[in-house]
Design a protein around this ligand. Structure first.
Ligand code: ADP
Ligand code: ZN
Ligand code: ZN
Length: 828
């Protein structure tokens, strides 16, 4: 007789749930009997939280409540529903997200949410129904006609309605108030009902040929159109989507139905995968012979793949040195070893090019994950990865959490790029998480860049990363010549600010005359048109954010680029009522207009946030440019990245000065990277490229080293500055932002926190700076105060922060308004 009292695995009674809320803790729930045997770690659960029910993630199971859980057993709520029989989150991702949440002092549940495709979380809605008492008493109100009685009568005839439906019929505020009052007098009740997720697998009717023994032998001979159907089906292995079959065979649905009745074919429903590359034009792949440099680097990477142990490379390769080809070969090598590969790219601007190339090389093994996909596409791609059908993933930041199994290689292209950093909660750095993932998985990491982040280069110097270099361009194509145009001279000559120096104008004309293409780059940040008052000197600013409003010509409106506030351009100064307003600076739109007027014979297109927010718009423009249907691209720094246009021989940088002037210790590094990258865009083919940089600070070291394409000298100078002023990589940095609409409230809380930090720092291992106004002092109607914490090392930093935050909580500091950012990338 088996002994039922003793089990190998005692049944868990409690589950630990991470919730996608900005809370740095998990929550314990009791498991109802029905769920105790079926819930697994990594599954999603619907749990009550406050008045709502939300989706959380099971991160641990407890047989008994552990001592550490400071909660009365009776106060523990019960989990409502199990959403996945098979957990969505793998053990590897669970561990990785836990590390991420812990390291960046953010919420585990939020990191898990970011790791999963959007739109799969179940939600719940409030349902309102009439009570027995409500039915009994409805007669009392028969002569009363208020919203309250209308709602009650409505519920009496409909049994129950969701809060949303009531709001549609009676207005949101009014229906809410009515429900509140009705609940109070016990006439209606409310409960939560689970809604299924917004995304679902897509299903379509399909047609499949059956084998001849199913056919109805007594049927009439087939008609011409029926023949056509069978023929079409045979052409695609006997199976097709219904609509596709109609389209391709050019017959009516009735002929297909007839054949189905006769048993020649069957109609069924099948899942179709939404493929983000379904209508993309794939590039032709050519068999390249690797250069000596490429061969050497590939051998090192393959050697590391052979070892099947963690190893990280910093691949420092000048633009055009053939890094992409190396990535592809390394991924092939991993695949030969039955290992999957992950390739991270910084921005959507890069993915169309790369993902098409990868699809051309690896076919269906490639899945794409980036935010420009539709929710459905992302869902399907994610599931293909989870099932192991796609073993090569290319994606942006959050793809670092892609559920690849048996991962062997992680590539981070343009590793220096700021967009790997998530700028809102949960904060994390995609590159750094990638390194940790590789480390946990015993995989090889390759960080590639022409301009490595200072931290990464430093890491290679101290032996954390193996440094490999591609010093030459493929085919020894010359690097573009970069020249500085001193705008002070131009100003003297013209007696006013002009956007285009005569040198740049001439270069554009010459380039076009040779039948070649050009790119004009603006430093988006701080370089847009705004309105200034000549009388009082004030720029018109956003009331919410204290940020200069940008003039959008097409709309004729002033727009805040932080909170999206829009207003009509005023006729007079809001400050002093003077009518002498004038427009300063130019945005991409204005530059595009100026260029179109100056060079009416050129076909010019613009690429910036506005164009890229439209799905596939950017892709179309880049394709046209690549086909030579556009002569010139005007745009922001996204143009500087990764594209390969062999016919581009001129890059003009309109103004770099705004970027250099930003109150951020990385502004020189960013400018150097931008210029080096953009110089890499010129002269990718066999033609000699030219770069013209317009500036009012021609002697700045970032510009001089960028012009010389001399990373090592730039590094030497910049690292000295970082050391002297105690900036990363020599210190670990945390930025604490305290935000609230009430300045005093923000300040008081900041002060509590500052005091706690000071007492946590009794050993003086950290330097605590502030409380100070953040460089962006007001944003979206909130005041922003900043405290910076610098520490000799990360462990000390975390220790001090954890201690101080805990202390602050006890002292009633409102931590909801406190944002902690570890290793901040952007100090604005
Ligand atoms: P990077 O990413 O280093 O800037 P790319 O990978 O874009 O450089 O390579 C630049 C160009 O050189 C591409 O057009 C690529 O197809 C080509 N290329 C790369 N490797 C070779 C090779 N071994 N032989 C010939 N062409 C190559
Ligand atoms: Zn004024
Ligand atoms: Zn604003």
């Amino acid at each position: 007789m088996p002994n039922f009292a003793v089990q190998d695995y005692p049944t868990p009674e409690f589950v630990e749930v991470a919730l996608p809320l900005p809370l740095r803790q998990t929550f314990t729930y009791r498991l109802p009997f029905g769920l105790r045997d079926s819930v697994k770690i990594g599954a999603r659960l619907l749990v009550p939280f406050g008045k709502r029910q939300i989706t959380g993630y099971a991160v641990a199971l407890h047989v008994k409540l552990s001592e550490e859980i400071e909660i009365e057993e009776a106060a523990i709520k019960e989990a409502a529903e199990l959403l996945d029989e098979e957990p969505l989150i793998t053990a590897e991702i669970l561990k990785l997200t836990q590390w991420t949440a812990d390291y960046y002092a953010s919420s585990w549940g939020e990191v898990l949410k970011a790791a999963l495709p959007a739109g799969i979380n179940a939600a719940s809605e409030q349902i309102i129904s009439i009570t027995a008492k409500g039915r009994d008493e409805i007669i009392k109100f028969s002569s009363v006609n208020t919203i309250k009685t209308q709602v009650l009568r409505y519920l009496a005839t409909n049994d129950e309605k969701s809060a949303r439906e009531l709001a549609n019929s009676f207005g949101t505020t009014q229906s809410q108030r009515a429900v509140r009052e009705l609940v109070k007098s016990g006439l209606v009740g409310t409960f939560q009902r689970t809604l299924t997720s917004q995304v679902k697998p897509k299903r379509r009717k399909a047609v499949r040929l059956l084998s001849p023994e199913n056919h109805d032998k007594n049927s009439q001979p087939t008609t011409a159109s029926q023949h056509k159907i069978i023929e079409t089906l045979l052409h695609s292995n006997g199976e097709m989507l219904f609509t596709e079959l109609i389209e391709k065979s050019d017959v009516g649905a009735s002929s297909i139905n007839t054949l189905a009745k006769r048993g020649v074919l069957e109609i069924f429903v099948r899942e179709v995968l939404r493929d983000p590359l379904s209508d993309a034009r794939l590039p032709k792949i050519t068999d390249l012979t690797l250069t000596d440099e490429q061969t050497k680097v590939l051998a090192e990477i393959e050697n590391a793949l052979d070892q099947a142990k963690y190893k990280a490379f910093l691949l420092h390769g000048v633009t055009g040195s053939g890094k992409t080809e190396l990535y592809i070969r390394a991924m092939k090598n991993a695949l030969d070893k039955n290992k999957s590969s992950l390739m991270l790219v910084p921005e959507i601007a890069l993915t169309p090019v790369f993902s098409r190339l990868l699809r051309a090389v690896f076919g269906d093994e490639v899945a794409i994950l980036h935010s420009n996909l539709s929710t459905g596409e992302r869902f399907d791609e994610w599931r293909r990865i989870r099932k192991g059908d796609a073993r090569i993933v290319i994606g942006t930041r959050s793809a670092v959490f892609a559920p690849l199994q048996n991962i062997g290689l992680i590539i981070v292209d343009e590793e220096h790029d700021g967009s790997y950093r998530q700028h809102e909660s949960p904060y994390y750095h995609g590159r750094d998480v990638a390194i940790v993932r590789a480390n946990y998985a015993g995989a090889v990491a390759v960080l590639g860049s022409a301009t490595p982040a200072l931290e990464s280069f430093h890491n290679s110097r101290i032996g954390k990363y193996e440094y490999v270099r591609l010093a030459n361009r493929v085919g020894n194509r010359p690097l573009a010549q970069a020249e500085i145009v001193d705008m002070r001279d131009v100003f003297k000559a013209f007696g006013k600010d002009v956007s285009f120096s005569p040198a740049l104008v001439q270069a554009i004309e010459e380039t076009h005359a040779r039948g070649e293409q050009s790119i004009i780059l603006l430093n988006r940040r701080g370089f847009s048109q705004f309105v200034l008052c000549r009388s009082c000197g004030e720029a018109i600013r956003c009331n919410n954010c204290d940020i200069t409003l940008t003039f959008h010509k097409r709309e004729g409106k002033l727009v805040c680029h932080y909170c999206n506030h829009r207003e009509k351009t005023p006729r007079s100064c809001p400050n002093c009522k003077s009518r002498y307003l004038f427009f300063v600076g130019e945005g991409t739109e204005q530059i595009e207009d100026v260029l179109k007027r100056k060079f009416s014979n050129l076909r010019i297109a613009r690429v910036d946030r506005d164009t890229t927010s439209k799905r596939r718009e950017l892709e179309k423009i880049l394709e046209k440019f690549s086909d030579g249907e556009i002569d010139m691209l005007v745009g922001t720094q996204m143009l500087a990245k990764g594209h390969d246009f062999p016919n581009v021989t001129l890059v003009g940088v309109i103004s770099v000065d705004a970027g250099l002037a930003l109150p951020d210790f990385r502004s020189a590094e960013r400018t150097f990277q931008l210029l080096t990258q953009v110089a890499g865009r010129a002269g990718r083919g066999s033609l000699q490229g030219r770069v013209l940089i317009q500036t009012y600070h021609p002697e700045h070291y970032a510009l001089l080293h960028a012009c010389a394409q001399d990373y090592d000298s730039f590094y030497a100078e910049e690292i000295g500055f970082r050391r002297k002023l105690s900036y990363p990589p020599f210190v670990a940095l945390a930025s604490i932002l305290i935000k609230h609409s009430n300045y005093n409230y923000a300040f008081d809380n900041a002060q509590i926190l500052k005091d706690c930090l000071n007492s946590a720092n009794s050993e003086k291992m950290c330097r605590i700076l502030g409380v100070a106004p953040a460089p962006l002092t007001r944003l979206k109607g909130e005041f922003r105060l900043q405290i910076l914490v610098k520490a000799r090392n990360r462990a000390k930093l975390r220790e001090t922060l954890d201690f101080a935050l805990h202390d602050a909580q006890e002292k009633f500091c409102d931590l909801k308004i406190v944002n902690v950012e570890i290793d901040p990338v952007n100090l604005l």
